[in-house]
Design a protein around this ligand. Sequence first.
Ligand code: NAD
Ligand code: AKB
Length: 331
Amino acid sequence: MIDVQVSSDYLHVMVGVSGSQILVTGALGQIGSDLTNTLRAMYGEGSVLTTDIHDEGSQEGPFQLLDVLDYEAISRAISEYSIDTIYHLAAVLSAHGEKDPDLCERVNLGGLQNILDAARNHGCRVFAPSSIAVFGPDSRPIAMQNSPLSPTTVYGRTKKEGEEMMLKYFHNYGVDARGLRYPGLLSWTTPPTGGTTDYAVQVFYEIHENEKYDFFVRGDTKLPMMMMQDAIRATMELMGAPSEKLSRWRPGYNVRGVSFSAMELAHCIRSRKPNAVMRFIPDERQHIADTWPEDVDDAPARNDWGWESRFDIDQLVDSMMAGVAQSSSSS
Ligand code: NAD
Ligand code: AKB
């Protein structure tokens, strides 16, 4: 798990909300597992109800099975735990979404609508992530905050419509809904599944275990990425920002971490592991990667709420190698 300290990073976020009761959906996924640790360190274990559609049986702290397509179950959980803030992470990601578009639309749009309706009826704040997948090929190479959104994937369309839905609930019903267009996220607590940027994490596990990895994209595939610690800090900073500081981008701020090609990542890894063998054998996920921007500009996030990333590619590679080695030795 990532090193969680309730450092000065988060103290301003907690002002005025230290009594929060929090619901996390999709909590057993890649982001949820790390975000839960941070939320529990900040607010206390008993104040964070984690939920997912499956149960891994080894969760610490309050946990419930919860399908985000079941409005009544969401509403009951909110009442039972006096929830005031929801981190809505349940979703179907891009590669999985292209294989099962109906499920992707149901979960990503139907689930979000249920969460926003519940937030409206119970007076909760909501964080729900968007993605760089909102952009289409016309935004390459660098997607600005206000670049047109022309996603060509089902997943990207659900994220674009999700942002619009959140803005509507904010304007029409006063729901304080906020989101970030996360880049591909790198972490070692819970492996990513079903996404297009998964290669940037898988490579660290495979090189650690077998010293070889076949990337499923071409070497020149360059995408925006971010270390999970930066992503969690961005999330907490956005949620801690005064509402009046946020602009019309509140449901989907661009946040830049670092941007690199698969080949550049392989070089960085090989400079630390000279025996590592890496090849580039693209599969159908290449088509998705080809529609996303190579980089993003995040000026509004910097101006509105002071966003600044901390990890460059060398720090990211060192951190991933150390984290994967540590998690492999303790499992
Ligand atoms: P993930 O796939 O690791 O986790 C999603 C979780 O949702 C899983 O544990 C799954 O069991 C759960 N889930 C699926 N259907 C559900 C349902 N009907 N009811 C309840 N739970 C359900 O995803 P993640 O990487 O943790 O992503 C979380 C959010 O962040 C998503 O909205 C995703 O689109 C967004 N995002 C992630 C990344 C990334 O690189 N990880 C990048 C951009 C955006
Ligand atoms: C995916 O690849 O689907 C996600 C994302 C960038 O939204 N990691």
